[in-house]
Design a protein. Structure first.
Lengths: 259, 400
């Protein structure tokens, strides 16, 4: 029994079949990687989990609730957070405010008109936000405008925002793209330690096979909208079907041979 | 008690000083001089500065923070005025009950309009608010005549019940008061060639302006204000953070509607009548202009924008051809006529043209409004001073 169960999901854009009978089972407490060539439908699949897209057919069950037909904020309230491929952050706010907002957001989404206290007076929120920024190593950039950061930093900020909510399921769409080597490594370490400490289930889309093999406990390979293989990392490496799917993607091939 | 930061306290103090000394500051020219018509220190206009300042501050809480551009805020202004006049008719001429009712009714009205309009965002939201405001205008103008007295506008009469007021024996229309303090009371001070006027009504408006400004500072710095700014920059992220943005935007809409109601109530308190034209779309547009002109999303900008527009409206519109001829009479006749003919387009009834051009220039060259202009001047000044310091330092080192 997985915490996220995806069954027979189909999604077409006009004539293009982006997802074709996708089945996926993500086990609680595990890091599950979804890999596949560009345009395979990986982001589209995650979009179906957060209410950004609705599948044409199929079911998506999370923790006993269907994620279809409910609002994105309701999905988040169930405990699903997502880091996007193109960072979704509050670009016109400072890094500090970006981190504070999820801290102020109530878990059940309830609204309180907190219009008379000062943001800076809420010490417990500040503490939480500070801890998050230290974790992703952005604390010395806290006064920067979010839009002025590098892509890698934006993504780590987004990760901090998601993690501060202490989600049950964290969806990561290419979290290390655009990051320097050192940052990539610290991100891997961060994710590993989070997973160990908090047992957050993660679904991670990643191009960097180094990252995939050092993090994932299970890997699904998506090609042309279909899951072609699902297995543990050791069995994925030399899998002929996977090699076939990646044929022509020289960079990834190279990455795979490196490991 | 540490409710606002030192920097904000300074801004508030600055506004308070300006408001207190406005009768002097706005009256720089001697009464008999030719420039006296540029003076703005008379009660009527000063009251309008403060009232429109409140309106713009409130509008900025919605537009400046959330980015939702309402084109219907004049409706709340109008509703506020009608409510206040009804209190003057039914209860007493005291402005406090009138203002309370103005704020409450405008709040309820904006709750209704906001609830419906906020189902959409962007241009559709703006159009919905515009439609509602025009509907309110049309209702006030015709259908709701028993409530609004239609075209003529709602006024107080001698026959009004005014159940809390003492019997009127003078036979004159009563005047608005604050527990006996008459709004129209003005104390004139003559200093040399200058004539300064201190009006009770203005100072009441100024006190409300300060309260409104203080509250807006609190909202800007609060978690609620931060959420509103987050709505403006990325609603999607808020949704993916588990936040339904609707209650936040609705709260901002109602708060800014209540500000507009207060402004409308004060308008009626200074001059107890209310007309439908106060709700027309041009009036709504003016509020938008004030806020953008001054600096959207800044604390002080909207107040400055309001002052700026009201000043030009009142001063430029008074410069008619006679005045112009007076100014240029020293020129040869032909030239004088040409110049007057050209300036005629921009003054008197043509003041809208001047305002329009200035608005365009500011939006094109100073997208951040007057506030951006000020901060640019400030930076330039600092840099110049910095250069001077550096220069004087280098000269001293050279001398050594
Ligand atoms: N909103 C959309 N509208 C139309 N086509 C889309 C949309 N989103 C994705 N696609 C198409 O679906 C396919 C899968 O895209 P995507 O899920 O982004 O791939 P990836 O595996 O690289 O993340 C691509 O061919 C893409 O062009
Ligand atoms: Mg993708």
């Amino acid at each position: 029994m997985g915490i996220l169960e995806v069954q027979n999901v189909n999604k077409s854009f006009g004539g293009l079949k982006a997802l074709h009978n996708v089945n996926l089972d993500i086990e609680e407490g595990k890091i599950h990687a979804i890999i596949g060539p560009n345009g395979a439908g990986k982001s589209t699949l995650l979009n179906c989990f957060v209410g950004k897209l609705t599948p044409d057919t199929g079911t998506v069950m999370f923790d006993g609730h269907s994620l279809l037909g409910i609002k994105p904020y309701e999905i988040n309230q169930l405990g699903v957070s997502r880091v996007f491929q193109t960072p979704e952050i509050f670009s016109e706010l400072s890094v500090w405010e970006n981190t504070l907002i999820p801290c102020f957001a109530k878990r059940d989404g309830s609204f309180t008109l907190n219009a008379l206290s000062r943001v800076s007076d809420n010490k417990d929120m500040a503490e939480k936000a500070e801890k998050m920024l230290v974790d992703v190593d952005l604390i010395n950039k806290k006064d920067m405008l979010a839009s002025s950061m590098s892509r890698g930093d934006k993504r780590r900020l987004e990760m901090a925002m998601c993690l501060s909510q202490n989600p049950k399921l964290l969806l990561l769409d290419e979290p290390t793209a655009g990051m320097a080597r050192a940052d990539t490594e610290s991100t891997i370490e961060l994710l590993k330690s989070i997973q160990k400490k908090l047992k957050i289930t993660m679904a991670i889309i990643e191009h960097d096979m180094g990252v995939v093999f050092s993090l994932a406990q299970k890997i699904s390979v998506l090609a042309q909208g279909t899951v072609i293989v699902e297995d543990i990392p050791e069995n994925i490496k030399g899998h002929p079907k996977v090699k076939e799917a990646y044929l022509g993607e020289a960079q990834v091939e190279g990455n795979m041979r490196d490991d | 008690m540490n409710t606002i930061s030192k920097a904000d306290m300074k801004t508030l103090f600055f506004v308070a000083i300006i408001a207190l000394l406005a009768p002097f500051i706005l009256n720089p020219f001697p009464t008999d001089s030719g420039l006296a018509q540029f003076n703005a220190g008379y009660p009527d206009l000063m009251q309008r500065f403060a009232i429109y300042g409140i309106l713009a501050i409130g509008f900025n809480i919605l537009f400046g923070l959330t980015g939702y551009l309402s084109f219907g805020h004049a409706a709340f202004l109008g509703v506020g005025s009608y409510s206040a006049v009804w209190m003057f008719k039914l209860l007493s001429m005291n402005i406090i009950p009138a203002l309370i009712l103005s704020v409450i009714v405008a709040g309820l009205f904006s709750l209704l309009i906001g609830f419906i309009s906020l189902r959409r965002s962007g241009i559709y939201f703006s159009i919905l608010t515009l439609a509602f405001a025009q509907m309110s205008f049309a209702l006030a103008y015709s259908v709701l005549t028993p409530l609004t007295n239609g075209e003529t506008g709602l006024q107080i009469t001698l026959n009004d019940p005014r159940i809390l007021a003492a019997e009127n024996v003078s036979g004159n229309l009563p005047v608005t008061t604050l527990f006996g303090l008459e709004m129209r009371d003005t104390w004139a001070m003559q200093v040399g060639a200058w004539d300064f006027q201190f009006n009770i009504g203005y100072y009441i408006c100024a006190i409300f302006l300060l309260l409104a400004f203080y509250l807006s500072i609190r909202i800007f710095r609060s978690p609620f204000g931060m959420m509103l700014r987050a709505v403006k920059t990325n609603q999607n992220r808020l949704n993916y953070t588990g936040i339904n943005t609707r209650p936040y935007t609705l709260a901002a809409f109602v708060i800014s509607g209540m500000y507009a109601g207060l402004a409308g109530g004060l308008m009626a308190s200074m001059d107890p009548l209310a007309g439908a034209e106060r709700m027309q779309w041009t009036a709504s547009g003016e509020i938008v202009l004030m806020t953008i002109l001054g600096g959207t999303g800044t604390l002080l900008g909207p107040v400055m924008g309001a002052g700026f527009i009201k000043y030009f409206e009142n001063i430029f519109s008074k410069i008619n051809d006679t005045v112009l001829h007076g100014w240029f009479s020293w020129m040869p006749d032909g030239l004088e006529n040409i110049i007057v003919w050209v300036l005629h387009l921009f003054t008197g009834k043509g003041w809208h043209l001047t305002l329009g051009i200035m608005f365009m220039l500011i939006v094109i060259f100073l997208p951040g409004g007057l506030m951006e202009g000020m901060s640019r001047i400030g930076n330039w000044w600092k840099r110049r001073k910095g250069d001077d310091d550096a220069e004087s330092k280098s000269t001293t080192t050279a001398a050594e």
